[in-house]
Design a protein. Structure first.
Length: 68
């Protein structure tokens, strides 16, 4: 959510992947303002799939590439 994102220290945030939301959600707009790449509405991505893996996140194209 946008309030959670606003509280999170930016130096610990490389990108955002969310199973909910859209490119026009409050969290996505805040992420863009912070300069943080974000992909919203990723319903096919489970946290266990991403665990301990290198991830390429393209916020402009809305793509998440696991183990590029």
């Amino acid at each position: 959510s946008a309030p959670m994102l606003a509280e999170f220290p930016k130096e610990f945030l490389a990108g955002i992947i969310s199973i909910r939301g859209s490119n026009n959600s409050h969290a996505a707009i805040l992420a863009r303002a912070m300069g943080v790449p974000a992909v919203m509405g990723c319903q096919n991505v489970s946290p266990t799939l991403l665990e301990k893996k290198e991830i390429l996140l393209d916020g402009y194209a809305g793509e998440v590439i696991v183990s590029p």
